[in-house]
Design a protein around this ligand. Structure first.
Ligand code: ADP
Ligand code: ZN
Ligand code: MG
Length: 483
């Protein structure tokens, strides 16, 4: 029997609001324990919640950017459970009536062979809720844990997909796209290692083509997108193997083990009724005006999908280039700035940014914002090549200096004497000497051995220390050899 996987993702994202969700405590990461707290986020009885308008505004933006409907009315509920990092023993969240519903994301998924396909994933909802505090476990071996409530009550959104995802790779691409959007609209830094983005994966399998869903396992504890992909891929294999062995899949929560790349059973899932959801009596129904929604919409920048469509239209680039260049907004802007400064070579500039610039950023572990050369200087490189002032080989040399000093290519060329030798008489005498020194290659060439030509070009380049104009060298060599 052939099986297919059915996957739905639940993603929690910490919003970068100035203050917490229902009190005015600052929302700061890394402050000394319990210093960013007040009676409300410590859950003292009688301390009333006051809704943070910035949280609502940023959630609306996230909803519009993910093609959701923004609900005119939504409601807060209490979700009850016991855990020491949750001082009130309930979390304020939205269950029945979330603020955003029925969205979707579109993105490209690449196959291993380099081909790709478009994927459409429906978003069931985005709702607002408060975060819990943190337990800090004693690291001296004593059986003690401490509670830090700095994070308690800070702003979270939860974005829940429909079970439209079929592979670990699709989940990886979905997360990448969601993160990109939330970063573009500046509502979160989405740093999974620091916990500002957390993802649970619901995984089930069913006979290929079946319409009913199988029983799902919920996998938690992944701290990177790669781990989400690995956890899903493992979980699919595990379930197929279990079913083939005649076992039944249990509805349960499983933890990803990053060392072994496996998932392990943690607990069977608590039933819905255990949470005893009910509307929070301290918070009124949230009613949004059309103006509020319009204001949020007007504040949105060009979103990743729009940017991709436009770059494709304006510069006629392949999909792969577009995906790389729109990896973040700053890189896309850098590319466009360079092309605006020299519009003749959009594809060559794209190649240069994807390969040379990205390689430099990766080795230095910096972002494009910290990159010294101005975009217009990258453009200068291509102007100078097209004008015949430098060869593409010299361009690479110049680029290395540029990265260190941030100087313009023209200045580096002056300083280092890197101008291309385009003086034909100078080149002719160099080439004549090369021909004298390589008589055998000349004879070979004349006897029909084409490779000898390339060898002679190489020798000439070497003699000009890489500064010969390759086009001219080719011409002169041909002339001299065919004499
Ligand atoms: P629960 O009530 O267990 O929390 P929900 O219906 O709220 O389940 O769905 C939670 C997440 O699980 C959603 O992302 C949804 O798409 C996904 N999901 C639901 N059913 C399945 C299934 N059979 N297999 C995989 N994912 C599923
Ligand atoms: Zn507080
Ligand atoms: Mg649910």
């Amino acid at each position: 029997m052939e099986y297919e996987a059915v996957i739905g993702l639940e993603v929690h994202v910490q919003l970068n609001t100035k203050t917490k969700a229902f009190c005015s405590c600052p929302n700061i990461f890394g402050a000394p324990a319990n210093t960013m707290t007040c009676p409300r986020c410590q859950a003292h009885p009688g301390a009333l919640p006051v809704l943070n308008k910035e949280m609502v505004h940023k959630t609306i933006k996230a909803g519009i950017a993910t093609n959701c409907t923004i609900e005119e009315k939504s409601r807060f509920e209490r979700k009850h459970y016991f855990y020491p990092d949750l001082p009130g023993y309930y979390q304020i969240t939205q269950m029945e009536n979330p603020i955003c519903t029925n969205g979707h994301l579109n993105f490209t998924v690449f196959n291993e062979d380099g081909s790709s396909y478009d994927k459409y994933v429906r978003i069931n909802r985005i709702h607002m809720e408060e975060d819990a505090g943190k337990l800090v476990h004693d690291d001296t071996g004593r059986p003690l844990s401490y509670v830090d409530l700095n994070r308690a009550g800070s702003c979270l959104i939860e974005c829940v997909t429909e079970p439209d995802i079929s592979t670990g790779e699709e989940a990886y691409r979905y997360l990448t796209e969601l993160k990109k959007i939330l970063q573009y609209i500046d509502v979160s830094d989405c740093n999974m290692e620091e916990g500002s983005l957390r993802c649970d994966a619901n995984v089930s399998i069913r006979p290929k083509g079946a319409t009913e869903y199988g029983t799902k396992a919920e996998v938690k504890n992944m701290n990177s997108f790669r781990n989400v992909r690995a956890a899903i891929d493992y979980e699919i294999k595990r379930q197929i193997k279990a079913v083939n062995n005649g076992e039944k899949i249990k509805q349960e929560t499983r933890l990803f083990d990053a060392k072994e790349n496996t998932t392990k059973s943690m607990r069977s899932k608590e039933g819905m009724a255990d949470y005893r959801y009910f509307p929070d009596p301290d918070l009124p129904i949230l009613t949004l005006s059309a103006e509020e929604i319009k204001k949020a919409k007007n504040e949105l920048p060009e979103l990743p999908q729009q940017k991709r469509d436009r770059l494709k239209r304006d510069y006629d680039l392949p999909d792969q280039d577009i995906v790389v260049l729109t990896e973040n907004e700053a890189l896309a802007n850098y590319y466009e700035e360079a092309v605006k400064a020299y519009p003749k070579q959009p594809k060559k500039i794209s190649n240069w940014i994807m390969v040379e610039v990205n390689a430099y950023l990766n080795t230095k572990l910096i972002t494009i914002k910290e990159f010294k050369p101005e975009a217009s200087h990258i453009a200068d490189i291509f102007r100078l090549i097209d004008e015949g002032t430098i060869s593409s080989k010299i361009a690479k040399e110049i680029f290395v200096y540029m990265c260190e000093t941030g100087e313009a290519p023209s200045i580096i060329i002056e300083k280092k004497g890197l101008k291309q030798v385009s003086d034909s008489s100078a080149l002719e005498s160099i080439i004549s000497k090369v021909l004298e020194e390589n008589e055998k290659s000349v004879t070979d060439y004349k006897a029909g051995k084409e490779q000898s030509f390339g060898f002679l070009v190489g020798q000439t380049m070497k003699a000009t220390k890489g500064q010969g104009n390759p086009k001219l060298i080719n011409e002169i060599l041909k002339n001299l050899l065919n004499k």
